[in-house]
Write a protein that binds this ligand. Structure first.
Ligand code: DQA
Length: 162
């Protein structure tokens, strides 16, 4: 998939609420990367499913993947000026290391749900700490790509009731 999809800015012609889905390092390899742990779905398939789920609810869902911490920080910062209302993020390995990405999410104060394909609590001890969970609206892990759909359903529910 391209790094960014559906990047239209909100305007009179495009008034839909926006949800940004962020994917951290190595998630571009989904489908072929350790499928026993991360499943067989590609990032493109995950994005298409979420995009359709958003479209049915009248919400624009855009996805962005980067292997670079700085690019993810930049994307979070620009989300604020673009009027993104909610973020769904799988920070991947940055979950366990990135104070910078945590600080960016705190700075923009956009509510977010943290998603992991695998159950990070049932894996190596270094995966069991997240720099994001205590500031997230919620955390979903261990449900594979279904976790993204559940996170989006929760985000849509919140947007609807806000
Ligand atoms: C992951 C779990 C992380 O520990 C790992 O570094 C990833 C993916 C997950 O989705 O299960 O890259 O976030």
């Amino acid at each position: 998939m391209s790094k960014q999809t559906g990047t239209k800015k909100p305007s009179a012609e495009n008034p839909k609420p926006r949800i940004l889905v962020l994917h951290g390092p190595n998630l571009n390899l989904l489908g072929s990367r350790e499928p026993g742990i991360y499943g067989h779905n590609t990032l493109e398939q995950i994005h298409r499913t979420m995009e359709a789920q958003g479209r049915a609810a009248g919400v624009q869902v855009e996805s962005y993947q980067s292997n670079s911490e700085g690019e993810l920080v930049d994307r979070v910062q620009s989300a604020a000026s673009e009027g993104v209302q909610f973020i769904i993020i799988n920070p991947a390995a940055y979950t366990h290391t990135s104070i910078a990405l945590r600080d960016a999410l705190t700075a923009v104060a956009i509510p977010f749900i943290e998603v992991h394909l695998s159950n990070i609590h049932a894996r190596e001890s270094f995966r069991q700490h997240s720099y994001f969970s205590d500031i997230a609206v919620g955390v979903i892990c261990g449900l594979g790509s279904t976790g993204y759909e559940l996170a989006l359903a929760a985000a849509l529910e919140r947007i609807k009731s806000s």
